[in-house]
Ligand binder design. Structure first.
Ligand code: ADP
Ligand code: MG
Length: 438
């Protein structure tokens, strides 16, 4: 028998090992000081879902298992994900935990997802995916993304463009937005994300292996999917951006541009600095764009969040659990739909840049044709679907261009933070956007 006191002691003494996930490339966070137990959900006699915090109030979700006489971080195979799936639909949990249940059936056997992730997903019985949302908003952060609300709203609206939702485990923290600790969805066998399938399509077209219609059809499918997603999200409420909101966007965008100029060196940095005043002038236009409709959006949308599965291919949007740093506005949960649209359009362009960079005997002209055609097909089908659904006003066209330029600034920041060589992508995209062939 492990009492809550024993568990708290075991967690305090386990140290950083407690935060080590089984995702191969994931860096283990370095806690500030010691870890303490904030909340624990017992699933059975020897398995728990815990929330732990360090001395600065940073928090993590940790699946925990008792192994003999000691307690350690659970990995795929230890049965914590399986036990969570078993709990779905088995009645309410004790406060402060909540488990929203949508569907479930008994499934057995755990394995890791086997892909690089920032979070950790465990496939249960080849039927369900338990995604542990490892990195939680820090203590006192009231701007946690409304992930659970978005997923529940989509499921309730019958939106079928995402993996089917089984359950959402969250923790209610007084005076904060609830923290989403895990989501459980249907496993889509053989699913590939867009950094794989879209680059394969663009490369295939550029090498003459697939025809134009085949190469561009997915962009049409995604435009429709995202429009339907926005309409479903808008059903749970909308508001209107104020003049203050618009001013805040403009200054956040200009700040990102300034940071990118300061942090990117070399020829790409020189080119960015040379066009900075032109970009800044366009970003400043955001400050005039108040009165735009705001809804819950995905918030971190790019081709990597779109899974292709089944035959004939179907598409499913993932990763609604959100990345708080990518939000336009930290003060309101709702955002302009154009933010998702600009993010997706930018990523189609970036797919082309990746294909050009890798070479592999591709016809460069055909890659550029693919970039233009894919973006156009995506936008046409997005607008058409919004129109068909009676919601054309959800997209404020005026925002697209400045948000797209802002996205390229964020790509530079991503390169500066995580992946230095990625800078060629925003460098080349900006050249085309600004009409200066580089
Ligand atoms: P992260 O937050 O770590 O980026 P994602 O939710 O984007 O996690 O998932 C990472 C990867 O896991 C995806 O790119 C995809 O390859 C795979 N994946 C995610 N959800 C599913 C699913 N329901 N079925 C099959 N594969 C999935
Ligand atoms: Mg992802």
């Amino acid at each position: 028998m492990t009492t809550p006191g024993d568990l708290a002691d075991a967690i305090a003494s386990a140290g950083t090992d407690l935060l080590r996930s089984s995702v191969p490339a994931a860096a283990t966070p370095t806690p500030d000081g010691s870890l303490s137990l904030e909340a624990s959900l017992p699933l059975d006699g020897r398995r728990w879902v815990c929330v732990v915090a360090d001395d600065s109030g940073r928090r993590w979700t940790v699946p925990v298992v008792r192994d003999g006489s000691s307690v350690r971080r659970a990995q795929a195979g230890d049965g914590v994900a399986e036990a969570l799936v078993e709990r779905i639909g088995a009645g309410p949990l004790e406060q402060p935990f909540a488990l929203a249940s949508f569907t479930s059936r008994p499934v057995r056997g755990e394995r890791g997802m086997g892909v690089d992730q920032t979070n950790e997903s465990v496939v249960v019985g080849d039927a369900a995916v338990v995604k542990w949302c490892l990195h939680l908003a820090a203590r006192g952060n009231t701007a946690a993304p409304p992930a659970a609300r978005r997923l529940a709203a989509l499921a309730t609206a019958g939106f079928d463009g995402m993996p089917g939702l089984w359950g959402l485990l969250s923790l209610d923290v007084r005076a904060e937005a609830p923290l989403l600790l895990a989501n459980v969805t249907s496993y889509l066998p053989g699913a590939l994300d867009g950094w794989d399938w879209a680059t394969a399509d663009a490369r295939g077209y550029a090498r003459g292996e697939i025809d134009f219609d085949q190469a561009v059809a997915p962009a049409t499918a995604i435009g429709e999917l995202i429009a339907r997603m926005h309409v479903a999200l808008a059903a749970s409420g909308r508001s209107t951006a104020t003049a203050d909101d618009a001013r805040r966007w403009a200054s956040a965008a200009e700040r990102d541009l300034a940071t990118a100029v300061a942090r990117i060196d070399g020829p790409e940095g020189d080119r960015l600095a040379a066009s900075a005043s032109q970009i800044a002038a366009e970003l400043r236009e955001l400050s005039e764009l108040h009165a735009t409709p705001l809804i819950d959006i995905h918030g971190d949308l790019h081709v990597g969040q779109v899974l292709r599965h089944s035959d004939p291919p179907a598409y499913a949007i993932t990763d609604f659990d959100g990345n708080p740093v990518s939000r336009v506005d930290e003060h309101d949960d709702r955002q302009p739909a154009a933010l998702d649209v600009a993010g997706m359009a930018a990523s189609l362009d970036h797919v082309g840049r990746v294909v050009l960079r890798r070479g592999d005997d591709v016809d460069h002209g055909r890659v550029h044709t693919w970039i233009g055609a894919a973006e156009e097909a995506f936008m046409r089908s997005y607008r058409q679907t919004l129109g068909d659904m009676g919601a054309p006003d959800l997209l404020d066209e005026r925002l697209l261009r400045p948000l797209r330029l802002w996205q390229e600034c964020r790509e530079f920041l991503y390169a500066a933070e995580h992946l230095p060589h990625w800078r060629y992508v925003p460098d080349q995209s900006l050249a085309d956007l600004l009409g200066s062939a580089r």
